[in-house]
Design a protein around this ligand. Sequence first.
Ligand code: AG3
Length: 293
Amino acid sequence: MQRQAGLFAMELWFTEKQTSSVGITCKVRRTLLEEHTGYQHMAVLETEQFGRMLVLDGMVQTTEADEFVYHEMIVHVAMNTHPRPRRVAVIGGGDGGTIREVLKHPSVEEAVLVEIDGRVVEAAREFLPSISRGLADPRVRIEIGDGVEHIRNAKEAYDVILIDSTEPVGAAVGLFSPEFYRDVCNALREDGLMVAQTESPFFNQELIRRTQAGIRASFPVTRLYLANIPTYPSGLWSFTVGSRRYDPLAVDPASIPPLDTRYYCPEIHHAAFRLPPFVRQLVGEAAAVGDGV
Ligand code: AG3
């Protein structure tokens, strides 16, 4: 009989192949959930370094350790740019982290979450309570359905729309199109604004050019900003604001109310828009693409 000593040392590692030649690898203590939801493959892993991790179609969506960066940054820039956001829509974001941050603003009367995959919401409720806890708030309405359709049918309905999507594959493709941004613009009140997560300036340059051009085609104010998110491809992540009136850069830092946050703060509100030249160049190239549309 062979000795099974090797088994005692067995380690489980998860790798997201972020590109065809780069990946992120994390040691996994255990797998809490793994299933096909009908929309996508979903897993919740307990990792050594980042705590619990939500993985959709092999791609890290959020982890307990670094989710605060993404969720604070996708929310508070827009929420503090609008003087009094009352109605907010989150498209995607079934884990609830974006909703949790939206609810930190006392002006909010209703926050609508439109998530296509109800299983993501259920899994987050069960396994990621620190992220999903806002979903139980009475101001929150959860709609399991297609965000593209919801937005198409909403007219002047929201002050802020946050597009908390997965990568532009599968169900999320439509959330990156110029037609969708036009519908988002129409779904906003006349002084409303949106933010979309727009991927990595290292690995997704074409997507950033395209989304910049698409958002510019509908919004008079379009601005890209950055945050550091260790578990996302390249660690450097972009968000894009499309605004019908207010400019996030015109916000007086002294007017930003104190919030219980760990990454976003009045200084970061402005600093996040300070772009390294290679990112500024990308945004500039998008202007050229946009002119041609
Ligand atoms: N949505 C953006 C995740 C993109 C990550 N990409 C990747 N791992 N390749 C996050 C949703 C959090 N509410």
